[in-house]
Ligand binder design. Structure first.
Ligand code: SAM
Length: 319
């Protein structure tokens, strides 16, 4: 416990120069407070909203509602009917980096998709002509498929392969690739959940190495002029800003893109346009988000849907 506290204090010193901010951050993790539940409307909102809502943040898309504390949207019959998807406001923040992408966006690839929140957000916001949701862990596929089915996310397909498979088979073919990376999950503590070992340097290092491997493979399937969104739900710079800096050094054809609507959330740990939400601000448990663009000129490679090893597909609706 003592070691854990020391590591948390060390992280807080790294993240904040301001003492007050540092203390509030530690307090948010050690004495978690509830955050407002949140929903993403997949279908048209009913004329009269069945939920009581909070005032929207200026950057929040119209299809998102932040609900009053105590609302239990998952228990409402509209949920089962696929009207909305329940997600944390931190996930909304991370996914809202996509609002900086000019449309149209035709092919969207979600590399780390289960249970599906960012896929549903991208589909709703960008209306792509194909959404590919990949989840490498077999036992997480069920919830991903059931969410895409329930919310009628089409045209979409689900795959279950290591990111390196796609780097080899479908390079330079997608307009947007999302990497909502597996991480040490430090923000779970701000939700009162457990994240064993999340501050330990060995765990952070292992996680950062995995993130670098995933982002490096994911970058290779981004079409010329296409976008790569990287996000996590953890605070350590090694898994966030440092992954971005490593990626840009390794793949200099990419540049980080500004998201004007999130400028109030600029990370103070880098000069790159990277954005962070912290739990002490009271909106969500915390997230990191950044958008890269592939500046290469050239033709997007045709994506042969047949070569994708789909475990589930729903692609009848649109051409
Ligand atoms: N994007 C999801 C959403 O919004 O609902 C949450 C994704 S979660 C933060 C990270 C996901 O990455 C997990 O589903 C996990 O199984 C997956 N993952 C774990 N190891 C991976 C790897 N080596 N390559 C790709 N994805 C991995």
């Amino acid at each position: 416990m003592k070691n854990y506290s020391n590591l948390l204090l060390k992280l807080s010193r790294h993240l904040f120069t301001n003492l007050d901010e540092r203390e509030k951050f530690v307090e948010a993790l050690t004495h978690p407070q509830p955050f407002n539940p949140c929903i993403l409307w997949c279908k048209e909102k009913p004329e009269s909203n069945p939920f009581s809502t909070e005032v929207a943040t200026p950057w929040q898309p119209k299809f998102i509602d932040r609900l009053s504390l105590g609302e239990k949207p998952g228990q409402h019959s509209l949920h089962e009917q696929g009207y909305f998807y329940c997600l944390d406001f931190s996930s909304v923040f991370a996914a809202s980096i996509l609002l900086a992408i000019p449309q149209p966006v035709n092919k969207v690839f979600d590399m780390c998709a289960a249970p599906g929140g960012k896929s549903v957000f991208a589909w709703k916001n960008l209306q792509p002509d194909l959404l590919i949701a990949n989840e490498v862990i077999g036992k997480r596929l069920g919830m991903l498929i059931s969410n895409l089915k329930r919310c009628q996310i089409e045209p979409s397909l689900v795959a279950s392969k290591d990111p390196s498979f796609f780097a080899d088979t479908i390079p330079l073919s997608c307009d947007l690739v999302m990497v909502d990376a597996p991480c040490t999950g430090q923000s779970l503590l701000a939700k009162g959940e457990k994240a064993p070992g999340c501050f330990h340097p060995t765990a952070i290092n292992k996680s950062a190495n995995r993130q670098k491997r995933i982002i490096a493979n994911s970058g290779q399937i981004v079409a010329p002029q296409g976008y790569l969104a990287y996000m996590t739900c953890t605070y350590s710079p090694e898994e966030n800003e440092e992954v971005c800096e490593w990626f840009l050094q390794r793949f200099p054809q990419f540049k980080a893109v500004e998201a004007k609507h999130l400028e109030g959330y600029q990370s103070n740990l880098t000069n790159l346009p990277c954005y962070r939400m912290f739990p002490q601000d009271g909106l969500g448990a915390g997230a990191f988000t950044v958008l890269f663009q592939n500046t290469e000129e050239g033709e997007e490679k045709v994506l042969e849907v047949e070569v994708l090893p789909a475990v589930w597909r729903n692609i009848n609706c649109r051409d």
